[in-house]
Design a binder for this molecule. Structure first.
Ligand code: CAA
Length: 293
């Protein structure tokens, strides 16, 4: 059964090589997922060698964990490590059929990245974005082939959470969308087709929820109390632990995008802003104490 609104799967193109723009945590999780589920070469790019090395090392460490748990054989572990490589130039994407970007959550950066990738790939290559809140239509607007762009939004931790939001931009072609759904299926994700609206569906709901928790804290409820209360409700993860998993900078960015689109409905927490400005990773652990001033 295909998701409501998804095009006929016979339009899907075969994917034999994947490019990942970025080698950060999200990008590295994606590289491993694509290599494991599609069994095709996956090449990551980033701005410098040390970031690339870190991404490739993350993949190798996660493969070793799968091997240690007995989820994959030693042969499979070696194969996966060989499939995932890093390159400093996007020329390595020349023969890729599917490129996904997971770089900084800023429209101009993502537009620039796609413009650079478009210089080297074939006219049919799909350009997927893992953006958590930005417009797919706007991201594609300046490209020669905007019909190849699709939203492909994963949730953290990528290896565990089954959900995949697939977002159709104004010009996304049926072929691109069908390929995205076919890839989603190979990745064993549960794909849903969602509208190209600010933060799509899940982050919109999650951000409203997180915003209300943050507001309660900004109004004086201690973080531990708010967090414990929501934990006892039986959520898979309490709100401030989730904030740490998602990353305060990403959470702030999504909240700001939603606040700009719907000022009445979305709250941008002052304390979250301070946390991000201070470069801290979360409210717990050594970063737990924040200066209210
Ligand atoms: N990477 C890979 N695997 C991970 C992992 C990670 N970061 N974290 C946990 N796992 C794996 C564990 O290894 C374990 O696997 P095995 O069963 O093979 O051993 C499995 O997940 C379960 O882990 P745990 O037993 O340690 O912990 P748990 O049962 O409490 O589950 C959790 C952990 C899956 C993270 C769960 O707490 C959860 O679902 N939390 C909510 C996460 C969530 O809401 N994410 C969405 C965030 S929004 C977002 O990402 C979108 C955006 O754009 C910002």
């Amino acid at each position: 059964k295909r998701p409501v609104g998804a095009p006929d799967k016979s339009l899907a193109r075969k994917v034999t090589k994947v490019g990942v723009v970025g080698a950060g945590l999200m990008a590295s999780q994606l590289a491993l997922l694509f290599a494991r589920r599609l069994q095709v070469p996956v090449v990551m790019t980033d701005l410098d060698q040390s970031r690339l090395d870190k991404g490739v090392a993350y993949v190798a460490a996660e493969v070793d964990k799968l091997l240690a748990k007995g989820r994959i054989s030693a042969d499979e572990a070696n194969r996966l490590k060989a499939l995932v490589t890093g390159s400093l130039t996007k020329d390595a994407f020349a023969d890729a059929d599917f490129v996904i970007e997971a770089v900084f959550e800023e429209m101009s950066v993502k537009q620039q990245v796609f413009a650079e990738v478009e210089e080297v790939v074939s006219a049919e290559c799909v350009l997927a974005t893992n953006t958590s809140s930005l417009s797919i239509t706007e991201m594609a607007a300046k490209l020669r082939h905007p019909e190849r762009v699709v939203g492909f939004h994963f949730f953290n931790p990528v290896a565990v959470l089954p959900l995949l939001e697939v977002i159709r931009g104004e010009k996304t072609s049926d072929e691109t969308l069908a390929t995205a759904f076919a890839v989603g299926k190979s990745l064993k994700k549960s794909s849903v087709l969602v509208a190209d609206a600010p933060a799509f569906v899940v982050n919109r709901i999650l951000t409203r929820f997180m915003g209300e928790v943050a507001k309660a804290v900004d109004e004086g409820t201690p973080i531990e109390v708010a967090d414990h209360a929501m934990d006892e409700l039986g959520l898979p993860m309490s709100p401030f632990v989730l904030l740490q998993l998602v990353g305060p900078a990403v959470a702030l960015h999504v909240a700001e995008t939603l606040h700009a689109a719907f000022p009445e409905r979305f709250y941008v927490s002052e304390n979250l802003g301070k946390l991000v400005a201070a470069g801290k990773s979360g409210f717990y652990g050594p970063d737990f104490q924040i200066d209210p001033e």
